[in-house]
Design a protein around this ligand. Structure first.
Ligand code: SD4
Length: 331
């Protein structure tokens, strides 16, 4: 799980200082002062790395930009940060020591784009946006996505850092013939899901990840799947997920959160009810982490997680806070 270290804090403070008007974070709030508050702009994203990502998104929202531009700019921050171990550059590799990236983006008009199993490009979220805007497809993956990225002008780079390679060597050296394929990266959650609500009252979402550490080569999680890792319905609300992608896919997680809001639940209740669905299917003892964030069409926000330790970043009214989410089970 993502640690909130002094180093993380110093980096976050520097990022916040650069984002005019936002108050730097110096503590972890037990509940967000701004959660439930109405109106925009607002931006919410998963994990402590969401704080500098929110700052980048806020720069766009506070100058009258769109929620779609905000979420793309926001999640590009952890994508380029080698210290974020589950997103973009520096993400932990799969069992074959290859970094494969997944991302999706969705705008208020219901248009969306996605890419998955992409190697060698730092910003899968921008590939996903080009899929959305330059083609009439939704999802382009693997070698085809790499070729598409090259054609639209993105630069190919090595995404494996020395730190990530060393972590893989350590993991691999501890593996024996008796080990099964259940990934060892369960506790490593830094995937960023982000939802923004702009001045005009429009919602957009983005989600980007290197997926579970040590996954089987070719495995794709929930993050690039519209309706699982992220979903936007501008008439109702938007949601994004982090954690064990298989459980999120099996329950159409982000779509379910939005549908719960459609039935009148608050964003927090909607997240909680979607997690109860997962918990019930595992006899109340899921034993892994899933976290949801959500925003409704009034700009009210909420989040919840299956097990403890999930925090999210919330920027609104000139503040950018790290907030501890409530949870269903013991972590
Ligand atoms: C996945 N949901 O690939 C992602 C992993 C994740 O924080 O969220 N990590 O299943």
């Amino acid at each position: 799980m993502s640690g909130f270290t002094r180093r993380t804090f110093l980096k976050m403070s520097a990022a916040l200082g650069a984002a005019g008007g936002l108050v730097p974070v110096d503590r972890l709030f037990a509940g967000a002062a701004g959660a439930g508050a109405k109106g925009g702009p607002v931006v919410i994203s998963t994990w402590p790395h969401g704080v500098p990502a929110n700052a980048a998104a806020w720069n766009i929202l506070s100058s009258g930009g769109t929620s779609l531009d905000a979420v793309e700019a926001g999640v590009r921050v952890p994508e380029a940060d080698p210290e974020v171990r589950s997103v973009g550059f520096g993400g932990l590799p799969d069992e074959d020591c290859r970094v494969t990236l997944d991302a999706c983006i969705m705008g208020p008009d219901g248009n969306c784009g996605s890419t998955a199993f992409v190697e060698g490009y730092m910003h899968p979220i921008s590939i996903a946006r080009r899929v959305m805007e330059d083609t009439d497809h939704v999802m382009i993956v693997g070698g085809g996505a790499e070729e598409f990225a090259r054609k639209v002008g993105f630069k190919r780079e090595d995404m494996l850092t020395e730190e990530a390679r060393k972590a893989w060597v350590k993991w691999r050296s501890g593996m024996g013939d008796g080990d099964d394929w259940f990934p060892g990266g369960e506790k490593n959650h830094d995937t960023i899901g982000m939802i923004a609500f702009d001045e005009a009252g429009n919602l957009a979402g983005a989600c980007t990840t290197s997926g579970l550490a040590w996954k089987i080569h070719g495995r794709i999680g929930d993050s690039p799947i519209i309706g699982a890792g992220m979903y936007v319905d501008n008439e109702v609300g938007a949601a994004a997920a982090t954690g064990r992608g298989e459980a999120v896919i099996k329950t159409c997680g982000s779509f379910l959160v939005v549908e719960n809001m459609r039935r009148g639940m608050s964003p927090e209740k909607a997240c909680r009810a979607a997690l109860e669905r997962i918990s019930e299917k595992h006899g109340g003892k899921a034993g892994f982490q899933v976290g949801y964030i959500a925003v409704n069409n009034k700009g009210e926000t909420g989040a919840f997680s299956l097990t403890g330790g999930f925090s999210y970043a919330l920027a609104r009214d000139g503040r950018n806070e790290l907030v501890k989410a409530g949870h269903l089970q013991q972590g």
